[in-house]
Design a protein around this ligand. Structure first.
Ligand code: SF4
Length: 345
């Protein structure tokens, strides 16, 4: 039976594996601190999301998980369980929906284990919330719900995610990469780990890069090594107006560059949520996905979504082949929104 009330002083969060989802979880952390003043929040997370958690003032410690997707290493799990048990947590809040993600708090003997019901997690979790997708359409609402008593209506509005900038590290990152702020840089995030259906076309990014460079902006392309090939296409098609940094920065350095930029133009991706949480003005380009589910949570964000009849399809690759959702979102229309944002900033 679930405890009815819970005011823990030591809380462990089991974090999602995606950068965007991890940022969207921050309003939950804010609500936990509000509800339990003086509590300590630690997070068990994959190493690649750790830099965003370290930029959240609500988090005391990030415990980097040695566990990897698709592997069930029992010895590593027992070692990790012992480490977590030593943390003497009163409550664990499990954000991913999988059975495996609920296992570690159970093995660590944490008394209250909170999360959404599903994937046979009864027993592993003992403070279960039932997910009402109609009442909670946005992912941010679903996470924040876990700060409340099961069955209680979510208190709205939620605070927005807010990452802390590190000015000294920004200066060091700019110097290390040989970059300067003189030409009011605009960052493009042309990747989307989920799949090509979320990516605005490279030739469109290139056209936008040429137009903004003609207005004397530097264009930096940010993303992972997996985004480097598409970034190179943009660099070539823009005639060198854009500069690719994809795969050349750590995530912490990407945070520094996005924090220092005048504007970010981005697909629906993890870096979009980074820009929103850093308070950098941004233009978010949606096609196959929906801003109703995971919008950028920032007053400085403009969303462009043409929404043909087939959108959102949430597919990784366009199943219809025409890719109208993104092809109809023209560089001219994005330029207009981008220049408006630059003028406001
Ligand atoms: S089916 Fe429609 S929404 Fe989905 S990727 Fe293709 S054009 Fe975009």
């Amino acid at each position: 039976m679930s405890p009815v009330t819970c005011h823990p002083s030591r809380i462990l969060i089991v974090a999602p594996s995606w950068i965007g989802d991890t940022i969207i979880a921050q309003p939950l952390f804010m609500r936990l601190v509000e509800r339990n003043p003086g509590c300590r929040i630690d997070v068990l997370a994959q190493p690649w999301v750790a830099p965003v958690l370290r930029a959240m003032p609500q988090i005391a410690e990030v415990i980097e998980s040695p566990l990897r997707h698709g592997r069930f290493d029992l010895r590593l799990r027992w070692q990790l369980a012992r480490r977590l048990a030593a943390g003497r947590y009163d409550e664990a809040i499990v954000l991913p929906n999988s059975w495996k993600s609920a296992l570690m708090p159970f093995l660590a003997g944490i008394g209250v284990r909170t999360g959404f019901a599903g994937e046979s997690r009864h027993g592993l979790l003992n403070r279960l919330h039932r997910l009402d997708t109609t009442a909670l359409p946005r992912q941010v609402d679903r996470y924040a719900q876990l700060a409340q008593t099961p069955g209680e209506a979510l208190r709205l509005p939620l605070p927005q995610p807010c990452l802390t900038r590190d000015p000294a590290r920004e200066t060091a990152t700019l110097a290390a990469l040989g970059l300067a702020l003189a030409r009011e840089p605009v960052v493009f995030c042309p990747g989307a780990e989920y799949g090509p259906a979320k990516r605005w076309p490279a030739d469109y990014y290139a056209e936008l890069a040429r137009a903004l460079a003609a207005r004397n902006h530097a264009i930096w392309l940010l993303g992972s090594a997996a985004d480097a090939p598409v970034a190179e296409q943009i660099v070539a098609a823009s005639g060198g107006a854009a500069q690719s940094l994809c795969g050349r920065t750590s995530l912490a350095q990407a945070l520094d560059l996005i924090g220092a930029a005048r504007l970010v133009v981005t697909n629906d991706s993890g870096l979009m949520h980074v820009a929103a949480a850093l308070g950098t003005p941004l233009v978010a380009l949606y096609g196959s996905s929906s801003p109703d589910y995971t919008p950028p949570l920032s007053d400085k964000a403009a969303i462009i979504w043409r929404k043909p009849d087939c959108s959102p399809c949430f597919e990784r690759v366009c199943p219809l082949g025409h890719f109208r959702c993104m092809r109809e979102l023209t560089p001219d229309s994005v330029l207009q929104t981008a220049t408006g944002k630059l003028a406001d900033a």
